[in-house]
Design a protein. Sequence first.
Length: 377
Amino acid sequence: MVNPLNKVKRVLPSDTGGKDLGIFLPIANGGWILSDKAPEIDGSYAYNKKAAMLADQHGLDFIMAMAKWRGFGGPREHWQHSVDSQILIAALAEATENVQVWATVHTLLQNPAVTAKMISTIDQISNGRAGLNVVTGSYKGEFEQMGAWRADVNHDQRYDLATEWVDIIKRLWSEPSVTYDGKYFQMDDCQSDHKPVADPHPFLVCAGTSKKGMQFTVEQMDAIFLSGGDENELKENSNMAKQMARDAGRTIKTYTMLNLVIGDTDEEAQKTAEYYASGFDEEALHGMMRAYGFLDSEIGKENDFTRKARSSFMSAHRVGSPDSLADQCISLIDNCDLDGLMLIFPDYHAGIPVFADKIMPKIKSAFPSKSVVAENA
Ligand SMILES: Cc1cc2nc3c(=O)[nH]c(=O)nc-3n(C[C@H](O)[C@H](O)[C@H](O)COP(=O)(O)O)c2cc1C
C-alpha cells in the first residue's frame, strides 16, 4: 500500500472573515472588451503566464481560467484564439507558489473520472491549490461543432447531469472505489488515486445564474459567481444565494467579476473607457449574443442588452483613479455582502501591479481576515 500524500488545509481569506481577490485570466484573445481600441490581448500561454506570475508575486488569492471552444467573430476574431483551461492551469500551478489555481471543465465534454484525476494531479503539482469551475455549457454552437451537443438533455437536466458528475468526483476524491448507477453516469468499481492534497478537497465553484443553476451551485459548490443588471440586483442575488445555501444546511461564498479601468485620475480613466467604447465591435457582439442564446431574429435589433454592450465591456466594470476604485470596490463588496471579486483588466500586465500596490491594500484593510487581525493584535 502506497502512503497517502500529506494533506494541505485549504484556506482562503474569506474563511477567516477577509475577502478573496482573484484574476480572471484572459485565456482567449481580446479579453473582456469588445473593441478594436482596447489593448491587444492575444490569449497566449506567454501572456497568461506573465499575468499569473504577477498575480502570485503580488499576493492575489486566486487565478481562474475559463474554458472556451469557439470565438465570436468580428474584425479582431474575438475569443477565436484560446488555450486549454486545464493544461494552462497545470502549467501555471508549476509557475506559481501561493495563488490558488482554478481550471474550468464542461460537464458535457469530460468524463468525471478523467476530471477527478486531472484536477487531483493539478492539486499535487500546486501542493493543494487546485480548484475547479464547473460549467454545464450553454452555447450550443460550441458543442455542435464537435458533435457533443446533447439535444436530449435540456438546460435544467444539464444541471441534474452535473449533480451526478460532481457527486462522482467528490466520491472518487475520498473513497477507494466508486460504483454508481445514475441516470447519466455509471461507474463500476471505479478507482482514482492519488487522492487530492487539498483538505477537504480542491475548491469547487460554478456560475449557475438560472434558478436551477443557483440551486445546483449552493448545494454542491464552495462558491458561486454572480452578476446583476445593477448593484441592487447583484445584492439581491448574493443574499438569495446565501439564503438558499442556509436552507440547504450549507454556506456559500459569493463572488462577482469586475473589469477595472485604472487611470491616474478619474477623468483620465473615464477618457480611456470612452476611447474603448469608440472602437466597439458590433460583429463580435452578434457572435456573443448567439453564444448567450439569443435567436437569429433578435440579432441586429436594439434592446437593453445591446445598448449596455455598446460600452464595449462584456462584464460589470468600474472606472477611476486607484483611490476611487478602492472605494468603489469596498462599497460594492460591502453593499452586496460579497466574499470576493474576480478581476479583469484591459491590460493585465499593466493593471495587476497597480491594483496590487494601490487598490488591494485598501480593500484588504477594510475587510481584514481574522488571522491578520490576530497577527497584528
Ligand atoms: C465568472 C463566470 C465564469 C464562467 N465561465 C464559463 C466558462 O469557462 N465556459 C462556459 O462555457 N461558460 C462559462 N460561464 C457561464 C456559466 O457557467 C453559466 O452557464 C451562465 O452563467 C448561465 O447560467 P445557467 O447555466 O444557470 O443558465 C461563466 C460565467 C461566469 C459568470
